[in-house]
Design a protein around this ligand. Structure first.
Ligand code: ADP
Length: 550
């Protein structure tokens, strides 16, 4: 009996006498061919053994005596003439195909192949015979009765010393388990792809050693890249907003040497010039061998960011409306409360005149009328004083605040508006600025207005470079705190320069014209002042100066 050699190199061939089943020796040509298995790690070796003894040439069916050795009983094998005509198949092969040898002979074997795979399999076999090359095909074999199993069928030609094909040999390898696993994998991949689609979460893998990048379908979608294009770090970086490239590069550099997870958000520029917000979560892992890989997820958070911004906007609008409503109610009550004493004064004044205009003026009555007038005027004064006290009480939530904190708290509120218009932002925040006693919410309101106006002004710019805003905090020469918001918009044109702080002065279609006038009253109630003007080069500035010890 033959043992499978531990290692056989291609084309090994020898002749030897081998003891057959019946105890007699016969000459055999033994050929060894390495066959690469499905799992490339392992080498199956298929041995072709041809009988050289004439009396052993064929069995009772006329099958050449190939494979009478024990090894063949373990592998389903077949063999054909040089022209592809099947004239040998061992019992195991016939069992797999659910055929008798008579049925399988010639080209009849195709009946053992699943109808759906038959044409493909036959075509591949014809092609191999025609091109005279070895090859393989995958197909289901069996029958409805015995069931269908998946096989990998390999075929290779055996050549004589001149290189002419004398026979073909082949074997079947059962790959049903692999196919089942592949199917299960396909199903689970389909689920995963759907889940990624629904959650707008793509996955990626980056090999630090060779820069190879893997993307899931959803990642391709997020980066708006065709599935046919190979992803690369370079192409991915080209999508990142230029202000965020530094951030992304730092995160990558960090992961190349540190093992902790990274989690950051950045902007992508879409093909039509829009902005997409993504969050990236990733962890460096050890890949095969000594390679280092970064594996992670990229989540499209644009919708969430827009919703968040809308919510914020609604909050601000609500606050605005309630302020306006409160102002309206307050003015109504002022009108009502002050009107009463005023009309009483008019009435008493008229009476006083009548007393004085008599032919004999009644000074006593006139004096009483004047006393009434004075009492009413006092009442009006009292109403005004009460309203003033009320207004003062409303705005007395003062505490020590750091102006830079207020700036940093306010910026996110206008970020989306700024980022979607691709407006850059520069911050120059002074160090060691003193804290001031102020109403934090009111100061936020002031900054919101100034930065909001600056963004709106820059957004009017046309052209490729949309422009920028610049926010600076510093200590003035007099020791006061100064916050300046500059922009590269159209600047303060014509009337605007003088009227900018006037209540209800607006040049915007949807404007109220109350923003800056409210800013002014807030700044003044803090003992500070607000000014506006045009920058030397381009755009406008608004500057708020606040005393450190009001
Ligand atoms: P609104 O923004 O509702 O119009 P504001 O009181 O905030 O009210 O502004 C009044 C007007 O001042 C604006 O309509 C605009 O014409 C002008 N303005 C304010 N800020 C700027 C700026 N940064 N650049 C140019 N014009 C500005």
């Amino acid at each position: 009996m033959l043992n499978t050699p531990a290692r056989v190199f291609s084309g090994a061939k020898t002749e030897a006498r081998i003891k057959g089943r019946h105890g007699n020796y016969a000459w055999y040509l033994i050929k060894a061919e390495p066959i690469e298995s499905v799992d490339a790690e392992q080498n199956f070796v298929l041995l072709a053994v041809e009988s050289r003894s004439t009396n052993e040439d064929s069995d009772e069916y006329g099958r050449p005596r190939i494979g009478t050795l024990g090894l063949w009983d373990q592998i389903p094998i077949w063999s054909t003439r040089a022209d592809g005509y099947l004239d040998y198949a061992n019992d195991l092969w016939l069992k797999c195909a659910g055929l008798s040898f008579q049925q399988a002979m010639g080209w009849g074997w195709a009946d053992g192949v699943h109808p759906d795979d038959r044409e493909g399999m036959t075509e591949i076999w014809r092609m191999l015979v025609e091109k005279q090359i070895e090859g393989y095909a995958e197909a289901r074999m069996g029958s409805d009765d015995i069931g269908w199993r998946w096989y990998l069928s390999r075929a290779f030609p055996s050549r004589d010393d001149n290189g002419t094909i004398v026979r073909w040999y082949g074997a079947l390898f059962d790959i049903s388990d692999r196919k089942r696993a592949e199917n299960a994998l396909r199903v689970s991949e389909a689920y995963l792809a759907n889940a990624q689609r629904v959650s707008q979460t793509g996955s990626f893998g980056l090999n630090f050693s060779n820069g190879a990048l893997y993307w899931s379908d959803e990642t391709y979608r997020i980066f708006e890249q065709a599935r046919s294009e190979h992803p690369s770090l370079e192409k991915a970086m080209a999508r990142v907003h230029r202000d965020d490239i530094g951030l992304v590069q730092r995160a990558l550099d960090h992961s190349a040497v540190h093992d902790d997870e990274i989690d950051f958000s950045c902007r992508l520029v879409t093909r039509n010039g829009g902005i997409k917000f993504v969050r990236v979560l990733a962890k460096p892992v050890k890949g095969r061998g000594e390679t280092r890989e970064l594996v992670g997820a990229v989540i499209d958070i644009t919708a969430a960011r827009v919703a968040e911004d809308k919510l914020m906007q609604t909050h601000l609008e609500l606050a605005h409306v309630s302020r306006v409503t409160a102002m309206g109610e307050m003015s109504a009550s002022i009108v009502h409360e002050v009107n009463q004493p005023l009309s009483a004064i008019v009435t008493h004044g008229g009476a006083c005149l009548r007393w004085l205009n008599r032919s004999e003026p009644n000074l006593l009555e006139a004096t009483t009328s004047i006393e009434h007038m004075m009492a009413e005027a006092k009442r009006a004064g009292e109403v005004v004083r009460r309203l003033h006290a009320f207004a003062k009480k409303e705005s007395s939530a003062r505490a020590l605040v750091k102006i830079n904190d207020v700036i940093m708290e306010t910026l996110p509120l206008v970020n989306l508006q700024r980022q979607t218009k691709r407006i850059d932002q520069r911050l120059d925040l002074g160090d060691n600025l003193p804290e001031i006693l102020a109403d934090r919410v009111q100061l936020q309101q002031v900054l919101m207005n100034l930065v909001g106006n600056a963004v709106q002004a820059v957004a009017q710019n046309t052209g490729i470079e949309s422009g920028s805003i610049h926010i600076q905090s510093s200590r003035s020469a007099e020791g006061e705190l100064a916050v300046t918001v500059r922009d590269t918009g159209p600047g303060l044109i014509g009337d605007t320069l003088n009227r900018i702080f006037e209540p209800f002065y607006t040049t915007k279609k949807e404007g109220m014209g109350m923003g800056l006038s409210i800013c002014r009253s807030i700044v003044e109630s803090h003992g500070g002042r607000i000014t506006a003007g045009n920058n030397a080069d381009k755009g406008a500035y608004v500057r708020v100066v606040l005393p450190v010890n009001p």
